[in-house]
Design a protein around this ligand. Structure first.
Ligand code: AMP
Length: 657
């Protein structure tokens, strides 16, 4: 045998084994044997790269990534199907058919819930595969489809040109595996096998698509030169001989037989390896199909029976409450394990308190669960006839199950939210808000750094930020020494922020930066604000009774008090820098330099601020006055250079009155 023949024979063997495994589901050799043969072929192809062809079994792992998909104009459009939802609609369809055709028989097929594709072969070689798109124009996903093991890359005894149509899908089993892997990797989960298949088929990198274990089942010949068939079922039988994976396609003669089959498929659809969302009924005789023709959207000779989402009764064992990142409490039903739409279900969504109240869902109830396209099924209703006498209506807890802080109904009236200032479930969000520009404005403390700090266990409350050391921060991933030092500096700087920033940073409901500024100016110190009753608060501009209530409750919570004490200890400024009274120095910025003789620098700062002025650490054009004491240094020089007014200590005292 020459090398060509050896390669050919290896490919044939491997193709046959793949066919047995992926199409017939009846492997005759072990994976090990398959891999060994494949390796043999790979080695030969490595030594003779000129002999590699795109249809070789070695090319199934995915080739080069591309930047965009090419458009494909479908030679034969990929039509949609008219839906029917009732026996009456189905009977009307049957009647229309019988008015026009004689000796009617139907092909009945499961409607696979995946994505339609067209596969094109020239002289038996797979040359192109495209998505359905809008039916007229799709996308060229040839390289991704090459990785689908059940799609033959080479056909024996095929017509010169052949285009077949099928449905690409991910089996439920592979879907489960895929989501398990994504879960482990911390990636977002696919909602259902259909979404997973769609995402995979439209991967620009075929290597990714190859890992998704897509499958493809064929249900139609779009175009075939050379072969003629009288019926659809004969055409599909023929595709089976070409070794395609073909949709089950039994033939039924009467309407009642069709209905029976639909009902049976409905009962058995769980047993199929793929999601089935309907049953397709197609006129079998091809000549009669062309007489009936089509509308602009659908063929007139076929309909799709749509199954309602599958529902099952099960027992509601418990309701667990989760606290999301934004503090919203979400109730989740724990149910007795039940098989639903091909997966084992143990949890169901309950949405919120209103949902539970409206349906009067109680622990111990028999509930009907349904799965319709989402990962977690829903509770649709309660079977009240099976309810225990001693059951009680369910209410979400009034305190947070994570931190114990009071729970309050949201402004929108639906969500229940934890108000805990230190609630671990909301920590990242709290910290990001705390550091944000309107709040404490801590440079370098964005969401990524916050998350890294929390993940490393370094920060459990906003107050912990002020205990961080540069070494700890530098130890974080992607954090340089320099940026660590800068972060510590920024934190240090934020300690002297105006009280209004801290108030805003607390994240009290309805207290944004504006309200925080008004409050801090009015009450001057945090302690005075904390002591204020709701009536005192409403006297202040912009503060309504609802906000006042939120403020009073927030300060009353033990978590808030704990946080405030920790921040006090860390040395944060709890005072307003904007004086309520005294506006003698309003709008003026002072820079202090050198040693003062009659007061300390900080006393001077305080007195200036009390008179409405501001004290800045550095000289700039915005500086109104520079107060120069003994041995004034570089700041004085700079002030002179800028032509600023220089004051003596005595002059400052006179201004202060
Ligand atoms: P719809 O998307 O609801 O208009 O239904 C039409 C779609 O059903 C087609 O585009 C196909 O992708 C899909 N389909 C799945 N299985 C079959 C089948 N056995 N015969 C025809 N179409 C099918």
């Amino acid at each position: 045998m020459d090398i060509n023949e050896t390669i050919q024979s290896l490919r044939e063997t491997l193709n046959e084994w793949s066919y047995q495994y992926y199409v017939l589901d009846q492997p005759t050799v072990s994976d090990f044997e398959y891999d060994k043969k494949l390796r043999e072929l790979e080695q030969l192809e490595e030594a003779h790269p000129e002999l590699i062809t795109p249809d070789s079994p070695t090319q199934r792992v995915g080739g080069q990534a591309i930047s965009a998909f090419q458009q494909v104009i479908h030679e034969v459009p990929l039509q949609s199907l008219q839906d029917v939802f009732s026996e009456e609609e189905l009977a009307a369809f049957d009647q229309r058919i019988r008015e026009n055709s004689e000796a009617v028989s139907y092909v009945v097929e499961p409607k696979v819930d995946g994505l339609s594709v067209a596969l094109e072969y020239v002289d038996g070689v797979f040359v192109r595969g495209a998505t359905r798109g809008d039916g007229a124009v799709g996308e060229d996903v040839t390289e991704n489809l090459r990785t689908v093991r059940s799609i033959p890359m080479r056909l024996e005894h095929a017509p010169h040109r052949l285009i077949v149509r099928g449905e690409c899908y991910i089996s439920r089993e592979n879907f489960q595996k895929l989501n398990d892997e994504r879960d482990l990797a911390g990636e977002t989960l696919f909602a259902n096998p259909r979404n997973a298949a769609a995402g995979s088929l439209r991967q620009l990198d075929p290597k990714v698509a190859a890992k998704r274990r897509l499958d493809c089942i064929i249900f139609n010949i779009q175009l075939s030169d050379g072969s003629q068939f009288d019926t659809d079922s004969a055409a599909l039988d023929y595709l089976e001989t070409l070794k395609f994976k073909v949709i089950p396609h039994p033939v039924r003669d009467t309407l009642s037989e069709v209905s029976q089959w639909i009902a049976q498929l409905g009962d058995e659809r769980e047993q199929y390896p793929f999601d089935i969302d309907g049953a397709v009924v197609k006129l079998n005789r091809l000549a009669e199909r062309s007489v009936l023709g089509e509308t602009s959207k659908f063929p007139r000779w076929a309909v799709a029976w749509k199954y309602p989402p599958e529902q099952k009764p099960t027992k509601l064992l418990d309701i667990v409450v989760q606290v999301g990142r934004t503090g919203v409490l979400t109730p989740k039903a724990v149910v007795e394990a039940v098989r639903l739409a091909g997966t084992t279900v143990t949890n169901a969504t309950l949405h919120n308190q209103d949902f539970i109240t409206e349906k009067d869902i109680r622990i111990g109830d028999t509930v009907i669960v349904q799965k319709a396209g989402e990962i977690i099924p829903q509770v649709v209703s309660v079977d009240a006839s099976k309810r225990h006498e001693d059951s009680n209506p369910y209410f979400l807890p009034s305190t947070c199950p994570v931190c114990g802080a009071p729970v309050e109904r949201d402004e929108d009236g639906v969500a229940m939210r934890c108000t805990g200032a230190e609630c671990p479930a909301q920590l990242v969000r709290h910290l990001v808000h705390f550091a944000s520009r309107d709040a404490m404005d801590i440079e370098g403390l964005g969401p990524a750094v916050v998350k890294a700090l929390v993940d490393a266990g370094l920060v459990k409350t906003p107050a912990d930020l002020y205990q961080l050391t540069a070494e700890e921060v530098a130890g974080l991933e992607r954090m340089g020494k320099k940026s660590a030092q800068n972060l510590i500096k920024a934190l240090e700087k934020s300690k002297s922020n105006d009280l209004s920033r801290l108030l805003c940073a607390f994240g009290i409901r309805q207290v944004g930066s504006r309200a925080a500024q008004t409050l801090s100016r009015e009450f001057q110190t945090l302690d005075r604000l904390m002591g204020a009753a709701a009536e005192e608060l409403t006297v202040v501009d912009d503060i309504g009774s609802v906000t006042a209530e939120f403020i009073v409750k927030w300060f009353a919570s033990s978590q808030s008090q704990h946080l405030i004490e920790a921040l006090r200890e860390a040395g944060l400024n709890f005072r307003s820098t904007e004086e309520k009274a005294g506006d003698a120095l309003k709008g003026l910025t002072f820079v202090l330099t050198g040693t003062l003789s009659q007061m300390t620098r900080s006393e001077a700062k305080k007195r200036i601020e009390q008179a409405g002025g501001k004290v800045s650490g550095s000289v700039s054009k915005k500086t109104s006055y520079v107060v120069a004491g003994e041995e004034a240094g570089s700041k004085l020089t700079k002030a002179q250079a800028l032509g600023l007014t220089i004051l003596s200590e005595q002059q400052l005292l006179e201004m202060l009155g």
